[in-house]
Design a protein around this ligand. Structure first.
Ligand code: FCB
Length: 440
């Protein structure tokens, strides 16, 4: 399976999860509050990127990738309202220059789940003032770093972020409930529109969008008509409402229809973060989705989710009507022992390849993640890295998947020979009739 010569092969990370020392962020306070299920796990050092991001960016280059998606920590850049830290911006410049020198095209996210504490005190996404603060933050960042960055993500997974804060309460929050959710999403949309304009005024050729968490929501195999109806509603809200709003300027929710000024036409690409499939039942349980799998499902560590590669193809098809280039801005699996990751990578890339074979404009793939990092409320309990990290010693160890991904990135192909060596269980799935028994 051959990929185009201009395909972007990347890995993805986010600031809070890798940098360490982000004590001005709401996540730091959340960690300290003891309200996270992962107990005393901490991102105090994380992957030590603030001191030495270069070490891992060099590993990304060694992996044969030509792109990397990273994020900036707002609470570092603007530690107090309207006070920008030139040294922090200088450090980000250094990191981005290193990225480019290592042959990695940067894609930069402005907001990836983490807020400055001062903003939280002002009500963050439940207060109108957030829009002007976010616009100024974006403008400042682009003034200083814009010449180094061809692709921007304004906000990572806005709907997931809002749901995990306002509905499930897994993420740091001060308010909960549907009212707060609705208001929060409205402000996230306005923040995106403001940042989009700020970037484009300065760099009209930059590509700007959001990275949207898109998952398959379906009724379980034994589900009834009501479950199927509910699954369609959940999917329309979770997968479609945000990207549609960026194209039309109108956000449709179960609560109504909001027209947002300056929002229409603010997505230059479709960014898909794809992980898994959820089974949905009506009425929804407390966590809103059922964690249950069909017979024979392959389930990743900590019941994170079912491995369902075809879902990636389905999500790619779902964004086709927007007519924009498509980037898989995240895709990965928690798998400390690398038992399923090689097969996961091969089969998800097969879906990407199939999409490209139909001339769907998928331009790049960023694997989540380069090295194990601090997995939000699940701390160090979930390991998404191609490269394993011991957070205490900072020792890095290549998992077999890293070697596999290197072969793929270097050759721009996925082959049956790779499957034979890294994930023989995939031979029959991906190349029926090609398993050792059939060939011999
Ligand atoms: C995504 C997040 C990312 C990481 C992965 C596993 O939803 O964007 O930070 O947590 O999941």
């Amino acid at each position: 399976m051959t990929f185009p010569p201009d395909f972007l092969w990347g890995t993805a990370t986010s600031a809070y999860q890798v940098e360490g020392g982000n004590k001005n962020s709401d996540w730091w306070t959340w960690e300290q509050s003891g309200r996270m299920p992962c107990g005393p796990d901490t991102a105090a050092v994380a992957c030590d990127w603030w001191r030495n991001a270069e070490r891992d960016l060099d590993l990304a280059a060694e992996l044969g990738t030509n792109a990397h998606r990273l994020s900036l920590e707002w609470s570092r850049i603007e530690p107090e309202p309207s006070v920008f830290d030139d040294a922090a911006l200088g450090r980000y410049r250094e990191i981005l220059q290193h990225c480019r020198a290592a042959g990695l095209e940067p894609m930069v996210t402005l907001h990836h789940f983490s807020n400055p504490l001062w903003l939280v005190e002002k009500g963050d996404f439940n207060n109108d003032i957030v829009v002007e603060y976010f616009r100024r933050y974006a403008a400042k960042v682009v003034d200083v770093l814009g010449d180094l960055v061809p692709k921007w993500v304004t906000i990572n997974e806005p709907i997931t972020y809002a749901v995990l804060r306002y509905l499930t309460g897994d993420f740091p929050h001060t308010k909960r409930g549907f009212g707060a959710l609705n208001e929060g999403i409205g402000h996230l949309l306005r923040c995106h529109a403001a940042a989009y304009q700020a970037i484009k005024e300065r760099y009209p050729a930059a590509l700007v969008s959001t990275a949207d968490n898109m998952q398959v929501f379906e009724a379980p195999p034994d589900g009834n008509a009501l479950d199927r109806w509910w699954a369609r509603r959940v999917s329309a809200f979770y997968n479609d409402a945000w990207p549609a709003a960026l194209h039309t300027g109108i956000f449709r929710t179960p609560f109504g229809r909001h027209k947002i000024k300056g929002l229409a036409g603010t997505a230059d690409f479709s960014g898909i973060n794809y992980y898994t499939r959820f089974h949905v039942k009506f009425p929804p349980p407390k966590g809103f989705v059922e964690r249950q799998w069909g017979e024979g499902a392959i389930v990743s560590d900590g019941n994170y989710g079912e491995v369902y590669p075809y879902g990636l193809y389905r999500m790619i098809k779902r964004v086709l009507p927007y007519g924009k280039p498509i980037y898989i801005t995240e895709n990965g699996v928690p798998d400390a022992t690398d038992r399923i990751r090689p097969g996961f990578i091969l089969d998800h890339l097969r879906q990407v390849w199939q999409a490209i074979s139909f001339c769907f404009p998928v331009m790049g793939y960023y694997h989540w993640s380069l090295v194990d990092n601090f997995e939000w409320e699940r701390g160090w309990s979930q390991r998404f890295g191609l490269i394993a990290l011991d957070p205490d010693t900072q020792e890095r160890t290549w998992r077999p998947s890293a070697y596999l991904y290197r072969e793929i990135c270097r050759s721009y192909t996925v082959t049956d020979d790779m499957a034979r060596r890294y994930a023989p269980e995939m031979l029959d799935v991906m190349w029926p009739g090609n398993s050792p028994e059939m060939v011999s």
